[in-house]
Ligand binder design. Structure first.
Ligand code: AMP
Length: 606
Protein backbone atom coordinates (compact mmCIF):
# COMPACT_ATOMS: atom_id res chain seq x y z
CA UNK A 1 0.00 0.00 0.00
CA UNK A 2 1.54 3.27 -1.00
CA UNK A 3 -1.31 5.68 -0.60
CA UNK A 4 -2.76 7.10 2.57
CA UNK A 5 -5.66 5.14 3.95
CA UNK A 6 -8.88 6.12 2.30
CA UNK A 7 -10.91 5.74 5.46
CA UNK A 8 -11.29 9.04 7.23
CA UNK A 9 -11.94 7.93 10.70
CA UNK A 10 -12.27 10.47 13.42
CA UNK A 11 -8.67 11.61 13.66
CA UNK A 12 -7.57 10.59 17.10
CA UNK A 13 -4.02 11.44 16.32
CA UNK A 14 -1.65 12.82 18.87
CA UNK A 15 -0.51 14.98 15.98
CA UNK A 16 -3.81 16.70 15.43
CA UNK A 17 -4.26 17.29 19.12
CA UNK A 18 -1.25 19.63 18.92
CA UNK A 19 -3.40 22.63 18.28
CA UNK A 20 -6.84 21.08 18.11
CA UNK A 21 -7.21 22.92 14.83
CA UNK A 22 -9.81 22.07 12.27
CA UNK A 23 -8.29 20.68 9.14
CA UNK A 24 -9.34 19.68 5.70
CA UNK A 25 -10.39 16.19 4.79
CA UNK A 26 -7.16 15.80 2.84
CA UNK A 27 -5.04 16.82 5.82
CA UNK A 28 -7.03 14.54 8.09
CA UNK A 29 -6.30 11.60 5.79
CA UNK A 30 -2.59 12.38 5.75
CA UNK A 31 -2.39 12.74 9.53
CA UNK A 32 -4.34 9.55 9.95
CA UNK A 33 -1.90 7.81 7.67
CA UNK A 34 1.06 9.04 9.73
CA UNK A 35 -0.65 7.76 12.85
CA UNK A 36 -1.31 4.36 11.33
CA UNK A 37 2.23 3.99 10.09
CA UNK A 38 3.87 5.13 13.30
CA UNK A 39 1.66 2.99 15.52
CA UNK A 40 2.32 -0.15 13.51
CA UNK A 41 6.00 0.28 12.76
CA UNK A 42 7.00 -3.31 13.21
CA UNK A 43 4.19 -4.93 11.29
CA UNK A 44 4.57 -2.40 8.46
CA UNK A 45 8.29 -3.13 8.31
CA UNK A 46 7.67 -6.87 8.24
CA UNK A 47 5.19 -6.42 5.41
CA UNK A 48 7.50 -4.13 3.44
CA UNK A 49 10.42 -6.57 3.68
CA UNK A 50 8.12 -9.42 2.65
CA UNK A 51 6.94 -7.44 -0.38
CA UNK A 52 10.46 -6.50 -1.43
CA UNK A 53 11.80 -10.02 -1.03
CA UNK A 54 8.95 -11.74 -2.78
CA UNK A 55 8.90 -9.44 -5.78
CA UNK A 56 12.71 -9.53 -6.08
CA UNK A 57 13.07 -13.25 -5.28
CA UNK A 58 14.20 -14.06 -8.80
CA UNK A 59 16.77 -11.33 -9.11
CA UNK A 60 20.31 -12.42 -9.69
CA UNK A 61 21.41 -10.67 -6.52
CA UNK A 62 18.97 -12.28 -4.11
CA UNK A 63 19.26 -15.71 -5.73
CA UNK A 64 22.96 -15.58 -4.93
CA UNK A 65 22.14 -15.82 -1.21
CA UNK A 66 19.78 -18.77 -1.54
CA UNK A 67 16.83 -17.41 0.34
CA UNK A 68 14.82 -20.12 -1.43
CA UNK A 69 11.68 -18.04 -1.40
CA UNK A 70 11.93 -17.05 2.27
CA UNK A 71 10.71 -13.51 2.97
CA UNK A 72 11.09 -13.39 6.73
CA UNK A 73 13.47 -11.19 8.63
CA UNK A 74 15.52 -13.95 10.27
CA UNK A 75 16.40 -15.67 7.02
CA UNK A 76 17.10 -12.33 5.35
CA UNK A 77 19.37 -11.17 8.15
CA UNK A 78 21.25 -14.44 8.34
CA UNK A 79 21.87 -14.84 4.62
CA UNK A 80 22.12 -11.42 2.99
CA UNK A 81 25.24 -9.37 3.70
CA UNK A 82 25.43 -5.71 4.67
CA UNK A 83 27.04 -3.86 1.76
CA UNK A 84 28.48 -0.56 0.65
CA UNK A 85 28.25 1.08 -2.74
CA UNK A 86 31.63 -0.31 -3.70
CA UNK A 87 30.37 -3.86 -3.09
CA UNK A 88 27.50 -3.28 -5.53
CA UNK A 89 29.53 -1.47 -8.12
CA UNK A 90 29.94 -4.46 -10.51
CA UNK A 91 26.15 -4.94 -10.63
CA UNK A 92 25.51 -1.23 -10.98
CA UNK A 93 28.05 -0.97 -13.77
CA UNK A 94 26.39 -3.81 -15.66
CA UNK A 95 23.01 -2.09 -15.40
CA UNK A 96 24.60 1.18 -16.50
CA UNK A 97 26.12 -0.63 -19.48
CA UNK A 98 22.70 -1.79 -20.61
CA UNK A 99 22.18 -5.22 -19.04
CA UNK A 100 18.41 -5.35 -18.66
CA UNK A 101 18.19 -8.71 -16.91
CA UNK A 102 16.78 -8.63 -13.36
CA UNK A 103 20.06 -8.05 -11.55
CA UNK A 104 18.98 -6.11 -8.45
CA UNK A 105 15.29 -5.51 -9.09
CA UNK A 106 12.54 -7.45 -10.82
CA UNK A 107 11.08 -4.15 -11.99
CA UNK A 108 13.04 -2.42 -14.75
CA UNK A 109 15.53 0.18 -13.55
CA UNK A 110 13.98 3.38 -14.90
CA UNK A 111 17.01 5.63 -14.35
CA UNK A 112 19.96 6.25 -12.07
CA UNK A 113 19.85 8.90 -9.40
CA UNK A 114 23.22 10.58 -8.97
CA UNK A 115 23.94 11.00 -5.30
CA UNK A 116 26.11 13.71 -3.82
CA UNK A 117 28.05 10.92 -2.16
CA UNK A 118 30.95 9.91 -4.38
CA UNK A 119 32.87 6.78 -5.12
CA UNK A 120 36.33 7.12 -6.69
CA UNK A 121 35.66 10.81 -7.24
CA UNK A 122 32.38 10.38 -9.17
CA UNK A 123 28.79 10.64 -7.99
CA UNK A 124 27.35 7.31 -6.91
CA UNK A 125 24.70 5.93 -9.26
CA UNK A 126 21.61 4.81 -7.38
CA UNK A 127 19.27 2.57 -9.33
CA UNK A 128 15.61 3.46 -9.10
CA UNK A 129 12.34 2.13 -10.46
CA UNK A 130 9.41 4.11 -11.75
CA UNK A 131 7.06 3.46 -8.83
CA UNK A 132 9.55 5.02 -6.38
CA UNK A 133 8.21 8.36 -7.62
CA UNK A 134 4.89 7.46 -5.96
CA UNK A 135 6.63 6.78 -2.67
CA UNK A 136 8.51 10.07 -2.85
CA UNK A 137 5.35 11.91 -3.70
CA UNK A 138 3.55 10.28 -0.83
CA UNK A 139 6.15 11.60 1.59
CA UNK A 140 5.87 15.08 0.07
CA UNK A 141 2.09 14.92 0.46
CA UNK A 142 2.47 14.53 4.23
CA UNK A 143 4.53 17.68 4.75
CA UNK A 144 1.89 20.38 4.42
CA UNK A 145 -0.74 18.63 6.55
CA UNK A 146 1.82 18.53 9.36
CA UNK A 147 2.87 22.14 8.76
CA UNK A 148 -0.78 23.26 8.77
CA UNK A 149 -1.07 22.04 12.34
CA UNK A 150 1.45 24.64 13.41
CA UNK A 151 1.10 27.50 10.92
CA UNK A 152 -2.43 28.50 9.98
CA UNK A 153 -3.40 30.31 6.80
CA UNK A 154 -0.76 28.98 4.44
CA UNK A 155 -3.46 28.64 1.79
CA UNK A 156 -3.84 32.42 1.73
CA UNK A 157 -0.57 33.05 -0.07
CA UNK A 158 2.38 31.53 -1.88
CA UNK A 159 5.71 29.87 -1.29
CA UNK A 160 8.83 31.42 -2.78
CA UNK A 161 10.96 28.35 -3.33
CA UNK A 162 14.20 28.34 -5.26
CA UNK A 163 14.09 24.98 -7.01
CA UNK A 164 16.43 23.88 -9.78
CA UNK A 165 17.09 21.07 -12.17
CA UNK A 166 20.65 19.97 -12.81
CA UNK A 167 22.55 18.48 -15.70
CA UNK A 168 21.72 14.94 -16.69
CA UNK A 169 23.68 12.40 -18.67
CA UNK A 170 23.08 8.98 -20.14
CA UNK A 171 24.92 5.86 -19.09
CA UNK A 172 26.59 3.77 -21.83
CA UNK A 173 23.45 1.60 -21.86
CA UNK A 174 21.21 4.65 -22.38
CA UNK A 175 19.72 5.10 -18.90
CA UNK A 176 19.35 8.63 -17.62
CA UNK A 177 21.59 9.60 -14.69
CA UNK A 178 20.49 12.72 -12.81
CA UNK A 179 19.87 13.99 -9.29
CA UNK A 180 16.73 12.80 -7.55
CA UNK A 181 15.17 16.27 -7.45
CA UNK A 182 15.78 16.80 -11.16
CA UNK A 183 14.03 13.50 -11.75
CA UNK A 184 11.12 14.59 -9.54
CA UNK A 185 10.70 18.11 -10.97
CA UNK A 186 10.74 16.71 -14.51
CA UNK A 187 8.16 14.05 -13.69
CA UNK A 188 4.45 14.39 -14.33
CA UNK A 189 3.99 13.97 -10.58
CA UNK A 190 5.43 17.45 -10.22
CA UNK A 191 4.67 19.10 -13.55
CA UNK A 192 1.02 18.09 -13.65
CA UNK A 193 0.32 18.28 -9.95
CA UNK A 194 -3.28 19.20 -9.22
CA UNK A 195 -3.94 22.66 -7.83
CA UNK A 196 -3.55 22.75 -4.08
CA UNK A 197 -4.02 26.10 -2.32
CA UNK A 198 -1.42 25.04 0.25
CA UNK A 199 1.22 24.42 -2.37
CA UNK A 200 1.14 27.42 -4.66
CA UNK A 201 4.60 28.55 -5.68
CA UNK A 202 5.64 31.94 -6.99
CA UNK A 203 7.91 30.17 -9.49
CA UNK A 204 6.10 28.90 -12.60
CA UNK A 205 7.16 25.40 -13.68
CA UNK A 206 8.95 26.86 -16.73
CA UNK A 207 11.35 28.76 -14.48
CA UNK A 208 12.09 25.70 -12.33
CA UNK A 209 12.58 23.50 -15.37
CA UNK A 210 14.90 25.93 -17.17
CA UNK A 211 18.19 24.04 -17.63
CA UNK A 212 20.29 27.21 -17.33
CA UNK A 213 20.60 27.70 -13.58
CA UNK A 214 21.35 31.43 -13.81
CA UNK A 215 18.33 32.18 -16.00
CA UNK A 216 16.26 29.94 -13.74
CA UNK A 217 17.39 31.75 -10.59
CA UNK A 218 16.87 35.13 -12.27
CA UNK A 219 13.30 34.35 -13.26
CA UNK A 220 12.42 32.75 -9.93
CA UNK A 221 13.77 35.72 -7.97
CA UNK A 222 11.95 38.16 -10.25
CA UNK A 223 8.67 36.31 -9.67
CA UNK A 224 9.33 36.36 -5.93
CA UNK A 225 9.89 40.12 -6.01
CA UNK A 226 6.80 40.79 -8.09
CA UNK A 227 4.63 38.69 -5.77
CA UNK A 228 6.37 39.86 -2.60
CA UNK A 229 3.21 40.66 -0.67
CA UNK A 230 1.77 37.19 -1.29
CA UNK A 231 4.82 35.27 -0.14
CA UNK A 232 4.18 33.43 3.15
CA UNK A 233 7.23 31.16 3.19
CA UNK A 234 10.63 31.32 1.59
CA UNK A 235 12.68 28.25 0.95
CA UNK A 236 15.16 26.13 -0.92
CA UNK A 237 16.13 22.53 -0.36
CA UNK A 238 19.22 23.24 1.68
CA UNK A 239 20.29 26.38 3.57
CA UNK A 240 23.19 26.91 1.17
CA UNK A 241 20.71 27.24 -1.72
CA UNK A 242 18.71 29.95 -0.01
CA UNK A 243 21.86 31.89 0.83
CA UNK A 244 22.91 31.62 -2.78
CA UNK A 245 19.60 33.24 -3.74
CA UNK A 246 20.21 36.10 -1.28
CA UNK A 247 23.62 36.66 -2.80
CA UNK A 248 22.09 36.58 -6.28
CA UNK A 249 19.73 39.35 -5.24
CA UNK A 250 22.66 41.29 -3.80
CA UNK A 251 24.51 41.12 -7.12
CA UNK A 252 21.53 41.63 -9.44
CA UNK A 253 19.05 43.89 -7.66
CA UNK A 254 19.63 46.85 -10.01
CA UNK A 255 18.71 44.71 -12.99
CA UNK A 256 15.62 43.40 -11.19
CA UNK A 257 14.55 46.96 -10.35
CA UNK A 258 15.06 47.93 -13.99
CA UNK A 259 12.99 45.00 -15.27
CA UNK A 260 10.18 45.76 -12.81
CA UNK A 261 10.21 49.48 -13.53
CA UNK A 262 10.00 49.00 -17.29
CA UNK A 263 8.08 45.74 -17.40
CA UNK A 264 10.73 44.23 -19.68
CA UNK A 265 12.72 41.10 -19.04
CA UNK A 266 16.53 41.21 -18.98
CA UNK A 267 17.66 40.12 -22.48
CA UNK A 268 20.17 37.76 -20.89
CA UNK A 269 17.22 35.53 -20.09
CA UNK A 270 16.95 33.84 -23.46
CA UNK A 271 15.06 30.62 -22.69
CA UNK A 272 11.88 30.97 -24.80
CA UNK A 273 9.53 29.24 -22.37
CA UNK A 274 10.80 31.34 -19.47
CA UNK A 275 10.42 34.52 -21.54
CA UNK A 276 6.92 33.54 -22.49
CA UNK A 277 5.73 32.80 -18.98
CA UNK A 278 7.44 35.90 -17.59
CA UNK A 279 5.68 38.07 -20.18
CA UNK A 280 2.41 37.21 -18.45
CA UNK A 281 3.73 38.10 -15.00
CA UNK A 282 5.99 41.10 -15.54
CA UNK A 283 4.23 44.46 -15.86
CA UNK A 284 5.72 47.95 -15.33
CA UNK A 285 5.58 48.74 -11.62
CA UNK A 286 7.72 51.81 -10.79
CA UNK A 287 6.57 51.82 -7.18
CA UNK A 288 7.83 48.29 -6.58
CA UNK A 289 11.06 49.08 -8.45
CA UNK A 290 11.63 52.08 -6.16
CA UNK A 291 10.98 49.93 -3.11
CA UNK A 292 13.51 47.31 -4.22
CA UNK A 293 16.07 49.99 -4.99
CA UNK A 294 15.58 51.54 -1.57
CA UNK A 295 15.88 48.28 0.36
CA UNK A 296 18.71 46.73 -1.63
CA UNK A 297 20.88 49.82 -1.96
CA UNK A 298 21.25 50.02 1.79
CA UNK A 299 24.63 48.93 3.06
CA UNK A 300 23.04 46.84 5.79
CA UNK A 301 21.34 43.67 4.60
CA UNK A 302 20.21 42.52 8.01
CA UNK A 303 16.60 41.22 7.85
CA UNK A 304 16.55 41.60 4.07
CA UNK A 305 14.25 38.59 3.73
CA UNK A 306 11.58 40.00 6.01
CA UNK A 307 12.01 43.48 4.58
CA UNK A 308 11.36 42.31 1.03
CA UNK A 309 8.88 39.58 1.94
CA UNK A 310 7.18 40.99 5.02
CA UNK A 311 4.55 38.27 5.33
CA UNK A 312 7.02 35.40 5.55
CA UNK A 313 6.10 33.12 8.44
CA UNK A 314 9.05 30.76 8.21
CA UNK A 315 12.00 29.67 6.11
CA UNK A 316 11.65 26.23 4.60
CA UNK A 317 15.22 24.93 4.42
CA UNK A 318 17.22 22.06 5.80
CA UNK A 319 19.66 23.37 8.38
CA UNK A 320 20.47 20.04 10.03
CA UNK A 321 23.69 18.12 9.46
CA UNK A 322 26.35 19.91 7.44
CA UNK A 323 23.94 22.81 6.84
CA UNK A 324 23.93 23.82 10.52
CA UNK A 325 26.90 26.07 9.77
CA UNK A 326 24.54 28.43 7.93
CA UNK A 327 22.07 29.01 10.76
CA UNK A 328 23.65 32.28 12.03
CA UNK A 329 23.78 33.78 8.52
CA UNK A 330 20.18 32.82 7.82
CA UNK A 331 19.14 34.28 11.15
CA UNK A 332 20.87 37.50 10.20
CA UNK A 333 19.11 37.80 6.85
CA UNK A 334 15.72 36.75 8.16
CA UNK A 335 15.61 38.49 11.52
CA UNK A 336 15.39 35.14 13.29
CA UNK A 337 12.43 33.62 11.41
CA UNK A 338 11.76 29.97 12.29
CA UNK A 339 13.60 27.54 10.03
CA UNK A 340 11.54 24.50 9.18
CA UNK A 341 13.48 21.33 8.39
CA UNK A 342 10.65 19.30 6.99
CA UNK A 343 12.14 16.11 5.64
CA UNK A 344 15.02 13.69 5.56
CA UNK A 345 15.71 11.99 2.26
CA UNK A 346 18.38 10.69 -0.06
CA UNK A 347 18.90 9.39 -3.57
CA UNK A 348 18.73 5.85 -2.25
CA UNK A 349 15.39 6.35 -0.53
CA UNK A 350 13.21 9.04 1.02
CA UNK A 351 13.23 8.35 4.73
CA UNK A 352 10.87 10.50 6.73
CA UNK A 353 9.66 13.82 8.03
CA UNK A 354 9.83 16.20 10.95
CA UNK A 355 6.57 16.08 12.88
CA UNK A 356 7.39 19.31 14.70
CA UNK A 357 8.63 21.43 11.80
CA UNK A 358 8.57 24.71 13.74
CA UNK A 359 10.96 23.50 16.43
CA UNK A 360 14.43 25.01 16.86
CA UNK A 361 17.07 23.67 14.47
CA UNK A 362 18.99 21.90 17.24
CA UNK A 363 15.81 20.13 18.35
CA UNK A 364 14.93 18.72 14.93
CA UNK A 365 14.14 15.02 14.90
CA UNK A 366 12.97 13.11 11.87
CA UNK A 367 10.46 10.28 12.03
CA UNK A 368 11.28 7.58 9.51
CA UNK A 369 8.14 6.37 7.78
CA UNK A 370 8.17 2.58 7.88
CA UNK A 371 6.42 2.23 4.52
CA UNK A 372 9.28 3.80 2.53
CA UNK A 373 11.69 0.84 2.68
CA UNK A 374 12.95 -1.76 5.12
CA UNK A 375 15.27 -0.12 7.62
CA UNK A 376 17.95 -1.60 9.84
CA UNK A 377 20.38 0.06 12.18
CA UNK A 378 23.98 -0.68 12.99
CA UNK A 379 24.76 0.43 16.54
CA UNK A 380 27.39 3.11 16.36
CA UNK A 381 29.07 3.16 19.72
CA UNK A 382 32.26 1.98 21.40
CA UNK A 383 30.96 -1.49 22.19
CA UNK A 384 29.97 -2.14 18.59
CA UNK A 385 33.40 -0.91 17.49
CA UNK A 386 34.88 -3.61 19.75
CA UNK A 387 32.51 -6.16 18.30
CA UNK A 388 33.65 -5.46 14.79
CA UNK A 389 37.30 -5.60 15.85
CA UNK A 390 36.65 -9.19 16.98
CA UNK A 391 35.23 -9.80 13.51
CA UNK A 392 31.82 -10.85 14.76
CA UNK A 393 29.14 -10.00 12.21
CA UNK A 394 27.49 -6.67 12.95
CA UNK A 395 24.26 -6.97 14.90
CA UNK A 396 21.61 -4.94 13.12
CA UNK A 397 18.61 -3.65 15.01
CA UNK A 398 15.10 -3.18 13.58
CA UNK A 399 13.28 0.15 13.45
CA UNK A 400 10.91 -0.86 16.22
CA UNK A 401 13.67 -1.99 18.57
CA UNK A 402 15.89 1.06 18.80
CA UNK A 403 16.86 2.64 22.11
CA UNK A 404 16.55 6.30 22.99
CA UNK A 405 19.89 8.07 23.32
CA UNK A 406 21.82 5.59 21.18
CA UNK A 407 23.45 6.29 17.85
CA UNK A 408 23.08 4.09 14.79
CA UNK A 409 24.18 3.93 11.20
CA UNK A 410 21.25 3.70 8.79
CA UNK A 411 20.96 0.63 6.51
CA UNK A 412 18.24 0.35 3.86
CA UNK A 413 16.66 -2.32 1.75
CA UNK A 414 14.69 -0.71 -1.05
CA UNK A 415 12.12 -1.75 -3.61
CA UNK A 416 14.63 -0.75 -6.30
CA UNK A 417 16.96 -3.53 -5.18
CA UNK A 418 19.45 -2.13 -2.68
CA UNK A 419 19.73 -4.81 -0.01
CA UNK A 420 21.11 -3.99 3.42
CA UNK A 421 22.84 -0.96 1.96
CA UNK A 422 24.86 1.34 4.21
CA UNK A 423 23.65 4.88 3.61
CA UNK A 424 26.50 6.35 5.67
CA UNK A 425 24.37 8.55 7.94
CA UNK A 426 24.73 8.44 11.71
CA UNK A 427 21.49 9.11 13.58
CA UNK A 428 20.65 9.38 17.27
CA UNK A 429 17.28 8.27 18.64
CA UNK A 430 15.72 11.16 20.55
CA UNK A 431 12.31 9.71 21.33
CA UNK A 432 9.27 8.11 19.79
CA UNK A 433 6.11 9.17 18.02
CA UNK A 434 3.78 6.30 18.83
CA UNK A 435 6.00 3.28 18.17
CA UNK A 436 8.18 5.08 15.62
CA UNK A 437 11.61 6.23 16.70
CA UNK A 438 12.58 9.81 15.99
CA UNK A 439 16.09 10.66 14.93
CA UNK A 440 18.48 13.53 15.22
CA UNK A 441 20.77 13.66 12.22
CA UNK A 442 24.25 13.50 13.74
CA UNK A 443 26.58 13.41 10.78
CA UNK A 444 27.55 11.67 7.65
CA UNK A 445 30.35 9.16 8.07
CA UNK A 446 33.77 10.16 6.78
CA UNK A 447 32.92 13.68 5.73
CA UNK A 448 35.58 16.20 6.54
CA UNK A 449 34.57 19.24 4.55
CA UNK A 450 31.24 20.36 3.12
CA UNK A 451 30.02 23.73 1.86
CA UNK A 452 27.08 22.86 -0.36
CA UNK A 453 26.18 19.35 -1.48
CA UNK A 454 29.89 18.49 -1.72
CA UNK A 455 31.32 15.98 0.72
CA UNK A 456 35.08 15.64 0.93
CA UNK A 457 36.57 12.86 3.02
CA UNK A 458 39.99 12.56 4.58
CA UNK A 459 41.52 10.43 1.85
CA UNK A 460 40.27 12.75 -0.90
CA UNK A 461 41.82 15.72 0.90
CA UNK A 462 45.06 13.82 1.42
CA UNK A 463 45.22 12.88 -2.27
CA UNK A 464 44.51 16.47 -3.33
CA UNK A 465 47.32 17.70 -1.13
CA UNK A 466 49.71 15.11 -2.51
CA UNK A 467 48.84 16.12 -6.07
CA UNK A 468 49.31 19.79 -5.30
CA UNK A 469 52.61 19.28 -3.46
CA UNK A 470 54.18 17.89 -6.64
CA UNK A 471 54.31 21.49 -7.84
CA UNK A 472 56.51 22.38 -4.86
CA UNK A 473 59.24 19.89 -5.72
CA UNK A 474 61.19 22.15 -8.03
CA UNK A 475 61.31 24.68 -5.19
CA UNK A 476 62.76 22.08 -2.82
CA UNK A 477 59.72 22.61 -0.67
CA UNK A 478 57.40 20.13 0.99
CA UNK A 479 54.20 20.21 3.03
CA UNK A 480 55.11 19.30 6.61
CA UNK A 481 51.61 19.37 8.05
CA UNK A 482 48.15 20.45 7.02
CA UNK A 483 44.64 20.87 8.23
CA UNK A 484 41.47 22.31 6.72
CA UNK A 485 38.44 24.43 7.49
CA UNK A 486 35.08 25.01 5.73
CA UNK A 487 34.84 28.80 5.76
CA UNK A 488 31.21 29.86 5.41
CA UNK A 489 31.49 33.41 6.69
CA UNK A 490 30.99 34.66 3.17
CA UNK A 491 28.66 33.43 0.45
CA UNK A 492 29.66 31.24 -1.23
CA UNK A 493 31.76 29.49 1.38
CA UNK A 494 35.12 28.01 0.46
CA UNK A 495 37.68 25.45 1.59
CA UNK A 496 40.65 26.81 3.53
CA UNK A 497 43.74 24.60 3.75
CA UNK A 498 46.40 25.47 6.30
CA UNK A 499 49.88 24.45 5.18
CA UNK A 500 53.06 24.39 7.14
CA UNK A 501 55.89 24.25 4.61
CA UNK A 502 59.47 23.13 4.80
CA UNK A 503 61.41 25.41 2.44
CA UNK A 504 64.99 24.23 2.00
CA UNK A 505 66.18 27.21 0.01
CA UNK A 506 64.57 30.47 1.11
CA UNK A 507 65.95 32.22 -1.96
CA UNK A 508 63.94 29.85 -4.16
CA UNK A 509 60.70 29.67 -2.13
CA UNK A 510 57.45 29.02 -4.04
CA UNK A 511 55.83 32.25 -5.18
CA UNK A 512 52.20 33.31 -4.87
CA UNK A 513 51.77 32.19 -8.49
CA UNK A 514 52.96 28.67 -7.61
CA UNK A 515 50.86 28.44 -4.46
CA UNK A 516 47.80 29.62 -6.38
CA UNK A 517 48.54 26.85 -8.85
CA UNK A 518 48.62 24.45 -5.88
CA UNK A 519 45.13 25.67 -4.90
CA UNK A 520 43.92 24.98 -8.42
CA UNK A 521 45.61 21.59 -8.50
CA UNK A 522 43.83 20.64 -5.28
CA UNK A 523 40.51 21.68 -6.77
CA UNK A 524 41.21 19.64 -9.88
CA UNK A 525 41.89 16.64 -7.64
CA UNK A 526 38.70 16.92 -5.58
CA UNK A 527 35.59 14.92 -6.46
CA UNK A 528 33.03 15.68 -9.17
CA UNK A 529 30.46 17.15 -6.78
CA UNK A 530 33.02 19.64 -5.45
CA UNK A 531 34.04 20.63 -8.97
CA UNK A 532 30.42 20.97 -10.08
CA UNK A 533 29.64 23.20 -7.09
CA UNK A 534 32.68 25.34 -7.95
CA UNK A 535 31.60 25.73 -11.55
CA UNK A 536 28.08 26.62 -10.38
CA UNK A 537 29.53 29.22 -7.98
CA UNK A 538 28.12 27.41 -4.95
CA UNK A 539 31.66 27.14 -3.59
CA UNK A 540 34.27 29.90 -3.78
CA UNK A 541 37.94 29.47 -4.81
CA UNK A 542 39.99 27.19 -2.58
CA UNK A 543 42.45 29.03 -0.35
CA UNK A 544 45.80 27.94 1.03
CA UNK A 545 46.98 29.74 4.17
CA UNK A 546 50.66 29.17 4.79
CA UNK A 547 51.43 29.19 8.51
CA UNK A 548 54.72 29.82 10.34
CA UNK A 549 57.05 26.94 11.07
CA UNK A 550 56.20 25.32 14.37
CA UNK A 551 52.49 26.14 14.22
CA UNK A 552 51.40 22.51 14.18
CA UNK A 553 53.58 21.78 17.18
CA UNK A 554 51.79 24.57 18.98
CA UNK A 555 48.53 22.99 17.92
CA UNK A 556 49.64 19.71 19.49
CA UNK A 557 50.73 21.49 22.69
CA UNK A 558 47.32 23.10 22.85
CA UNK A 559 45.54 19.74 22.42
CA UNK A 560 47.74 18.13 25.07
CA UNK A 561 47.07 21.00 27.45
CA UNK A 562 43.41 20.15 27.03
CA UNK A 563 43.93 16.51 27.88
CA UNK A 564 44.93 14.78 24.62
CA UNK A 565 47.36 11.90 24.98
CA UNK A 566 50.83 12.62 23.55
CA UNK A 567 51.16 9.07 22.28
CA UNK A 568 47.88 9.07 20.48
CA UNK A 569 47.82 12.66 19.24
CA UNK A 570 46.95 13.00 15.58
CA UNK A 571 46.80 16.26 13.68
CA UNK A 572 43.11 17.01 13.11
CA UNK A 573 42.58 17.14 9.35
CA UNK A 574 39.69 19.54 9.75
CA UNK A 575 39.22 22.19 12.39
CA UNK A 576 36.39 24.44 13.49
CA UNK A 577 36.94 25.01 17.22
CA UNK A 578 37.36 28.79 17.69
CA UNK A 579 40.55 28.81 19.84
CA UNK A 580 42.28 26.53 17.33
CA UNK A 581 41.15 28.70 14.43
CA UNK A 582 42.44 31.76 16.23
CA UNK A 583 45.78 30.10 16.88
CA UNK A 584 46.13 29.06 13.24
CA UNK A 585 45.01 32.40 11.85
CA UNK A 586 47.41 34.31 14.08
CA UNK A 587 50.29 32.32 12.55
CA UNK A 588 49.37 32.86 8.89
CA UNK A 589 52.21 34.28 6.78
CA UNK A 590 50.53 34.30 3.38
CA UNK A 591 47.19 33.52 1.69
CA UNK A 592 46.69 32.17 -1.81
CA UNK A 593 43.61 31.46 -3.88
CA UNK A 594 42.78 29.29 -6.83
CA UNK A 595 42.55 31.51 -9.90
CA UNK A 596 40.63 29.25 -12.26
CA UNK A 597 37.63 26.98 -12.22
CA UNK A 598 38.34 23.26 -12.07
CA UNK A 599 37.26 21.09 -14.93
CA UNK A 600 33.71 19.75 -14.70
CA UNK A 601 31.24 18.32 -17.21
CA UNK A 602 28.21 16.15 -16.53
CA UNK A 603 30.10 13.23 -18.11
CA UNK A 604 31.89 10.94 -15.76
CA UNK A 605 35.66 10.72 -15.90
CA UNK A 606 35.64 6.97 -15.61
P1 AMP B 1 21.99 12.56 -1.79
O1 AMP B 1 22.44 11.17 -1.79
O2 AMP B 1 22.85 13.46 -2.58
O3 AMP B 1 20.57 12.63 -2.15
O4 AMP B 1 22.12 13.10 -0.29
C1 AMP B 1 21.45 12.46 0.75
C2 AMP B 1 22.14 12.77 2.03
O5 AMP B 1 21.94 14.15 2.39
C3 AMP B 1 21.61 12.00 3.19
O6 AMP B 1 22.10 10.69 3.24
C4 AMP B 1 22.09 12.88 4.34
O7 AMP B 1 23.45 12.65 4.60
C5 AMP B 1 21.89 14.27 3.78
N1 AMP B 1 20.56 14.78 4.18
C6 AMP B 1 19.40 14.63 3.55
N2 AMP B 1 18.39 15.18 4.24
C7 AMP B 1 18.94 15.69 5.36
C8 AMP B 1 18.44 16.37 6.49
N3 AMP B 1 17.14 16.68 6.60
N4 AMP B 1 19.30 16.74 7.45
C9 AMP B 1 20.62 16.45 7.34
N5 AMP B 1 21.15 15.82 6.32
C10 AMP B 1 20.34 15.43 5.33
Amino acid sequence: MISPSSSIMAVDSTLSSVVGASFSEKDAKALQFIEEMTKNVDSVQERILGEILSRNADTEYLKRFQLNGATDRDTFKSKVPVVTYEDLQPEIQRIANGDKSPILSSHPISEFLTSSGTSAGERKLMPTIHEELNRRQLLYSLLMPVMNLYVPGLDKGKGLYFLFIKAETKTPGGLLARPVLTSYYKSDHFKSRPYDPFNVYTSPNETILCPDSIQSMYAQMLCGLIMREEVLRVGAVFASGLLKAVRFLQVNWKQFAHDIETGTLNPKVTDPSVRECMSKILKPNPELAAFITKECSEENWECIITRIWPNTKYLDVIVTGAMAQYIPTLEYYSGGLPMACTMYASSECYFGLNLKPMCKPFEVSYTIMPNMAYFEFLPHDDSSAQDSSRDSPPRLVDLADLEVGKEYELIVTTYAGLCRYRVGDILRVTGFHNAAPQFRFIRRKNVLLSIDSDKTDESELQQAIENASVLLKEFNTSVVEYTSYADTKQIPGHYVIYWELFVKDAANAPTDEVLSQCCFQMEESLNAVYRQCRVADSIGPLEIRVVKNGTFEELMDYAISRGASINQYKVPRCVSFTPIMELLDSRVVSKHFSRALPHWTPDRRR
